[in-house]
Ligand binder design. Structure first.
Ligand code: FES
Ligand code: FES
Length: 183
């Protein structure tokens, strides 16, 4: 029997996509297989590890627990939607690189997306709030210190620029960027 398909219209990283998907198509599979956005990683596939985290209308969600049909009309941001058009890293991505928050890197997209959602709600987070905010993401390398330091650094940079961490980064000229980070 042919599986029934459902029409979905969704904005992903600012681009409008229309697709027909089976009701059981997971958002994680839709992003990775249909849209070829493989930056969203899949670990546990049942909502435990956070590797598949994306922003859905600005809120972090587990894409492995979300059906693609349920995001009809919504806006999704994946890790591919964070760096500036010219490739300049988003402050959260830059902070992960600077603070050694990247180890094997498998959990990184989920941490980065969770951090973007968290920092939108906590512009001046205390260390214990960062710890709690990132508690839903697992890193098998067990190197959380660098990850937590990265979120703290990113919070500082975002406060200085006033940028919304859920938006695609807008690259400024280099001199300006360096002045902002070092001040
Ligand atoms: S893959 Fe979705 S929470 Fe682990
Ligand atoms: S960096 Fe390897 S699992 Fe987190």
């Amino acid at each position: 029997m042919t599986e029934e398909l459902h029409d979905v219209t969704v904005t992903v990283n600012g681009a409008l996509h229309r697709a027909s998907v089976p009701a059981r198509r997971l958002l994680s599979d839709f992003l990775r297989h249909d849209l070829r956005l493989t930056g969203t990683h899949v670990g546990c596939e049942h909502g435990v590890c956070g590797a598949c985290t994306v922003l859905l209308d600005g809120e972090p969600v587990r894409s492995c627990l979300t059906f693609a049909v349920s995001v009809d009309g919504a806006a999704v941001t994946t890790v591919e939607g964070l760096a500036a058009e010219d490739g300049t890293l988003h402050p959260v991505q830059q902070a992960f690189q600077d603070c050694h928050g990247l180890q094997c890197g498998f959990c990184t997209p989920g941490f980065v997306m969770s951090a973007c959602g968290f920092l939108a709600e906590h512009a001046e987070p205390r260390p214990d709030q960062i710890r709690e905010g990132m508690a839903g993401n697992l890193c098998r390398c067990t190197g959380y210190a660098g990850i937590l330091a990265a979120v703290e650094q990113a919070a500082g940079v975002l406060r200085e620029t006033g940028a919304d961490p859920r938006d695609r980064h807008v690259a400024r000229d280099r001199g300006h960027d360096e002045a902002e980070v070092s001040s």
